[in-house]
Design a protein around this ligand. Structure first.
Ligand SMILES: NC(=O)c1ccc[n+]([C@@H]2O[C@H](COP(=O)([O-])OP(=O)(O)OC[C@H]3O[C@@H](n4cnc5c(N)ncnc54)[C@H](O)[C@@H]3O)[C@@H](O)[C@H]2O)c1
Length: 284
């Protein structure tokens, strides 16, 4: 089987990045979102990202145009009918993801591969919403997708070796390094980073240090590209809260219990860069 046409469900932060790298690698891409406005917003975000890539010498103007011409937005699941691989990137909500996989299972060809970009949910719980759990796997990309080199390929107890091999080849064709991980909460990267990030929120919440000092300490002291609070703003506080909630539910480790401040900020709609306000203010 050869992957030629890729579907992307969910056209937010991650869906846009995934659609962009797939189009740049020569795949035809069809991407859907829940609202008409979001499709337009997604296409505009990809355009802006590709313009930046040209400005910074990471792509030529021809490559930008070629990639843009390969991406189509849609409002209808029926348009996934011709896809060889569909990657889901909707919010971190198990019931929503299961519903989408059941819908995809009905419209996609029987041998099409269905992948989830979940950060921590159980991939087998999503896979059993379909009649093809052996063709379901996790493809966990990192933000920002065009720059981050890693993809965690999540193999469930049902994923076939052929699906793992196709997923591996696909990830590499995007220029990514693929590691195969087990279907356990948070896989490797999120399993390790969540206690650290939530610990930083708790330090700030307790008044132990200012947000600037916490972030600067990690940037200057550990050479991270950004501090943990800036990272929360970058990833989206709603996404961080959903991940913490679901990992705490599974693992019951105290350090994964979401801090109250995080819950309050999400309730207030201070979700980070995407809403202009999180731990820092981006409205200027
Ligand atoms: N943000 C990160 O840094 C990051 C990194 C790796 C993985 N992830 C994972 O990627 C997934 C998406 O995260 P995100 O940050 O892109 O979220 P996001 O909120 O930026 O985007 C989600 C998109 O899904 C759309 N959507 C909602 N319901 C839908 C539906 N029923 N059908 C189609 N589209 C629908 C929304 O309109 C939105 O465009 C989550 O599972 C998250 O855990 C996020």
């Amino acid at each position: 089987m050869e992957i030629k046409k890729v579907g992307v469900v969910g056209f937010g932060l991650m869906g846009c990045g995934i659609a962009e790298v797939c189009a740049k690698a020569g795949y035809d891409v069809i991407a859907s979102s829940s609202g008409g406005e979001s499709v337009e917003k997604g296409l505009a975000a990809i355009k802006a990202s590709l313009y930046r890539a040209v400005e910074r010498g990471r792509a030529t103007a021809e490559e930008k145009e070629d990639a843009l011409s390969r991406i189509k937005g849609t409002m209808s699941f029926d348009d996934f009918r011709g896809c060889d691989l569909v990657i889901e990137a909707v919010p971190e909500d198990l019931e929503l993801k299961k519903k989408i996989f059941a819908q995809l299972d009905k419209v996609c060809p029987p041998d099409a591969i269905l992948a989830t970009n979940t950060s921590c949910l159980s991939v087998i719980d999503i896979a059993v919403a379909t009649r093809r759990p052996e063709r379901v796997l996790g493809l966990h990309f990192f933000n920002p997708v065009p720059l981050m080199k890693l993809v965690e390929l999540v193999k469930t107890v049902s994923t076939s070796d052929e699906t793992v091999s196709l997923g591996n080849t696909f990830g590499q064709s995007l220029g990514k390094t693929v590691i195969v991980v087990r279907d356990l909460p948070g896989f490797i990267v999120i399993r390790l980073i969540m206690p650290f990030v939530l610990g930083a929120i708790r330090l700030y919440e307790s008044g132990y240090a200012s947000k600037e000092d916490i972030d600067q300490a990690i940037v200057m002291g550990l050479n991270h590209p950004m501090g943990p609070l800036a990272l929360c703003d970058f990833a989206g506080l709603d996404t961080i809260l959903s991940i913490a909630d679901s990992m705490y539910k599974e693992l019951r480790e105290t350090q994964l219990n979401p801090p109250i401040l995080l819950k309050k900020m999400v309730a207030a709609g201070h979700l980070g860069r995407k809403t202009g306000r999180g731990f820092y203010d981006y409205r200027k």
